[in-house]
Design a protein around this ligand. Structure first.
Ligand code: IPD
Ligand code: CA
Ligand code: CA
Ligand code: CA
Length: 262
C-alpha cells in the first residue's frame, strides 16, 4: 500500500513525463476536434490521460480514477482526479499557459496535489498538512490590499456570459483588478504562489479544481467547500482567495447566492 508521501512523489514524476509527452505531440502536429463551441480536444489530451492512468495503476492498484477524457473508475480506496491538459486552447495555439493537474482525494478531501506547467518549468505540489511548494520553494501567502489585488476569473460555455460580465462589473466597481488566462487549474496554482490573489469560476469540474484547492489552502489561502464535502465532482462554483480578501470578494460577486450543483 502506497503512503501519501509516495503518492506525491509518484504524481510529480508522472506529471513531468506527461508534460514531455504533451510537448512531443504538439511538436509532431495535433489532430484537433471540437466537443462544443470553443471547446477542443486533441490526441494529446487522450494520450496524456491514458499514460497517467496506466502509470498510476502500475503502483496504486487499489486507487480509483476520474479523468476529463476517460470518465470514472471507482474502487473502494481513494481516487485520483486528473486533467491531462488544462488550457487545451492555449496549448493548441502554442501559448505556454497550460498544465497537467493531478489530485488524490480520500473521503472527498484532497490529500495530494500536483500541477505541472511544462512550457513554464513550473512544478507545484502540496500534501495535506505538508505545505504548498513551487519548484521546491515553500509558498506562504502574505496579505494584499484590495487596490493591489488581482482576481483570476474563469468562463466556460457551460455557463451564460451574462453572469460572468456581472462578476467583472462588481469586482471592478469594488476596486479589484481581474484576469482570465484560460487554464483554471494553473490560475489556481498561481493563487497559491501569489501571482493572482483569488480565483473565481461559477461552474468548474473537479479535474480543473481539486489540485489547485489544496495548493491554495496549504499556502494559507481560504477556499470554498469546492467538493461540497460529499463527493459532488461536476460543475461546482469555485472561489479561493488570499484569506483576508475572501469575504470581500465573496460579497462582491454574490458567491453565497450561487446555486449548488444538484
Ligand atoms: C477549461 C479551462 C478554462 C476553464 C474551463 C475549463 P480545459 O479546461 O480550465 O480556463 O474556464 O472551465 O473547462 O477544457 O482547457 O481542460
Ligand atoms: Ca476540455
Ligand atoms: Ca480543464
Ligand atoms: Ca482538459
Amino acid at each position: 500500500m502506497y503512503t501519501l508521501e509516495q503518492r506525491l512523489e509518484l504524481a510529480k514524476s508522472i506529471a513531468i513525463k506527461a508534460g514531455s509527452i504533451a510537448q512531443q505531440h504538439r511538436d509532431e502536429g495535433l489532430n484537433i476536434s471540437s466537443k462544443s463551441q470553443q471547446d477542443f480536444v486533441t490526441q494529446a489530451d487522450y494520450a496524456v490521460e491514458q499514460f497517467i492512468q496506466s502509470e498510476l495503476k502500475k503502483m496504486c492498484v487499489e486507487d480509483g480514477f476520474l479523468g476529463e477524457e476517460s470518465g470514472l473508475e471507482i474502487t473502494s480506496g481513494g481516487m485520483w482526479i486528473v486533467d491531462p491538459i488544462d488550457g487545451t486552447s492555449n496549448y493548441i495555439k502554442g501559448m505556454d499557459y497550460w498544465c497537467i493537474s493531478m489530485a488524490f482525494v480520500v473521503d472527498h478531501q484532497v490529500q495530494v496535489a500536483v500541477i505541472y506547467a511544462p512550457d513554464r518549468n513550473e512544478l507545484f505540489w502540496a500534501s495535506a498538512a505538508g505545505g504548498s511548494y513551487l519548484n521546491g520553494a515553500v509558498q506562504k501567502l502574505k496579505p494584499v490590499p484590495v487596490d493591489k489585488a488581482i482576481v483570476g476569473l474563469g468562463l466556460s460555455s457551460r455557463r451564460p456570459l451574462e453572469g460572468y460580465l456581472t462578476v467583472i462589473q462588481r469586482l471592478v466597481n469594488d476596486g479589484f483588478e481581474y484576469r482570465r488566462f484560460g487554464a483554471g487549474a494553473l490560475m489556481l496554482a498561481h493563487v497559491a504562489s501569489g501571482q493572482l490573489d483569488a480565483y473565481f469560476e461559477a461552474h468548474l469540474n473537479s479535474w480543473d479544481g481539486a489540485a489547485g484547492l489544496l495548493l491554495v489552502s496549504e499556502a494559507g489561502g481560504k477556499c470554498c467547500d469546492f467538493l461540497l464535502g460529499q463527493g459532488q465532482y461536476l460543475g461546482n462554483p469555485m472561489l479561493v482567495a488570499n484569506t483576508q480578501l475572501y469575504e470581500q470578494i465573496s460579497t462582491s460577486i454574490g458567491f453565497t447566492l450561487l446555486p449548488k450543483a444538484s
